[in-house]
Design a protein around this ligand. Sequence first.
Ligand SMILES: O=C(O)COP(=O)(O)O
Ligand SMILES: [Mg+2]
Length: 221
Amino acid sequence: MTSKAIIFDLDGTLIDSAPDIAAAVNRYLEPRGRGPLSAERVARFIGNGPRKLMADILADQKLPVDEATLAEAHATYLENYNRHPAALTEFYANVREDLALLAERGFRLGICTNKPHALTQKILSLLQIDHMFEAAIGADAVKDCKPHPDHLAAVWQAMGISPRQVIYVGDSDVDRMTAQRAGVPFFAVNWGTGADVAVEPAFRLHRLADIVAHTEATHDG
Ligand SMILES: O=C(O)COP(=O)(O)O
Ligand SMILES: [Mg+2]
């Protein structure tokens, strides 16, 4: 097979960042008489970037969603999250080991996330996996972020590879649409909100190491 590069979504796919994101959301909500919201509840709103996250949270909490409130909510949330970017964040089961295994098997690795770019680099470094990825591109480092296919293209271009070598792995419909529009195969993880994403069984991952067998089955012969 020619496909030897895997680009991953970050939140909900490699890391369970929902507890830190929920803590940052709750530090915004509590002085306004709302929350605290559980990490599970907040997780449902993650995947479209922080501005949309806060717009959805304000609406969910029946707070005003006018432009000025949203701008302030977005800025305060980011300030809170930047202060504690990986205090409660954990890898999903087997992720750390399976990334190493995939790298060992010759897969080149990248990340395409709607998390802000600088925060992405900071979190990868705090979790000590930054060296595993040839490129990790956050939403504000591109003109059009996911679900726009240019965001994913920016990652494979930064890796210096062709889209024919790429598969994308994620946990949301945003990720599924992005891959579809970019014309690359999409695999959904079976954890977090990924379990709700409709894909054929051959494109469902129970752990990241399944990619080895799946790509052999879907690309060979
Ligand atoms: O919405 C975000 O902030 C990031 O989400 P993603 O890593 O799943 O793209
Ligand atoms: Mg995600």
